[in-house]
Write a protein of this length. Structure first.
Length: 306
């Protein structure tokens, strides 16, 4: 049978178009376990992946309790999770025998030292005067810290960083009240229920408050804080939030691509603006201007509809 050149051309054209569509790989869906409502920054991660034509689609899987995402990851129900800090993971994995590994840092929800009565740490130190012992003296300035477990430890460490107290180095990042070895200045540390700290700030010389409670009351860390908890230079702060994978998958190139997208300048800008400093990036980034933050949020929210 004789086939015309015209028909051959049409057939070749159809084959070529079909080949192009067939060659385009389907986006790989990666399920990421999260908790709570503050996960909008993953929209920015997806935006970066799309800009890179990475062929990766993030699917957030929301869990109602903190004991669930690690169990789901360990069993293979999800591929990654991002809801916890290192201290929580270490405890949960040891208790349950999970084979999970941190693949990278994401953010920190820092404690900040606030004061309504003093404008600076120098002013506090001048008003308090020296102590130099481990006993509270008359006229001590009182500082409130959260009374719950890890946040109590973080409050103590922040007051240590401020230079107001000294803490037993052997306690590491988890000191208790008994680990305060010296009141460098004449201060008293008072544990108090975390969610009441903003309302009682006027009763103290200062208080270390989590952004979750501080920001809704109008406190802004960069504007009102005297000192903000930061990621350490060594990257060993156990209260930094993380992306976690199964240990067997820690080097998976798809997961590493997601991590790199998360640790980008654009995600940092989105995070700083969207969460109004309740969260700070736990990786290196350039401090953006207010206009940059506004522009980044606008383009991400316009492009990614979740």
């Amino acid at each position: 049978m004789k086939v015309s050149k015209k028909l051959l051309g049409i057939a070749f054209g159809v084959f070529t178009v079909a080949s192009v569509f067939a060659a385009k790989p389907k986006a790989k869906t990666v399920k990421v376990g999260v908790c709570g409502a503050s996960n909008d920054h993953w929209k920015a991660v997806q935006y970066v992946l799309n800009e890179q034509n990475a062929g990766i689609k993030i699917e957030l899987v929301e869990f109602s309790a903190y004991n669930l995402p690690n169990e789901a990851l360990n069993s293979g129900e999800i591929q990654l999770n991002a809801f916890q800090h290192k201290a929580f993971l270490n405890n949960d994995a040891a208790k349950n025998g999970y084979k999970l590994t941190v693949i990278g840092d994401t953010l920190i929800a820092p404690l900040t030292l606030y004061s309504k009565k003093y404008k600076s740490l120098d002013a506090i130190k001048q008003a308090a005067g020296k102590n130099g012992t481990n006993s509270v003296k008359s006229g001590a300035l009182k500082f409130a810290i959260p009374s719950d477990g890890t946040n109590l430890s973080r409050g103590i460490k922040l007051l240590e960083t401020a230079g107001l107290i000294e803490v037993n180095p052997a306690a590491g990042y988890t000191p208790e009240m008994k680990d305060i070895t010296k009141l460098v200045y004449n201060v008293e540390v008072v544990p108090q229920t975390a969610n009441t700290l903003p309302q009682t700030l006027n009763d103290y010389a200062g208080a270390t408050i989590n952004g979750t409670y501080a920001i809704p009351t109008g406190l802004v860390p960069s504007r009102d804080g005297l000192i903000i908890e930061k990621q350490s230079d060594k990257g060993d702060n156990p209260y930094v939030n993380i992306v976690v994978a199964r240990t067997a998958d820690k080097d998976n190139p798809v997961y590493q691509t997601i991590l790199k997208a998360h640790q980008s300048q654009l995600v940092a800008e989105y995070m700083l603006g969207k969460f109004k400093e309740a969260f700070f990036p736990a990786y290196k980034y350039n401090q953006p201007t207010a206009d940059q933050i506004v522009a980044t949020i606008k383009k991400v929210d316009a492009a990614i509809k979740w």
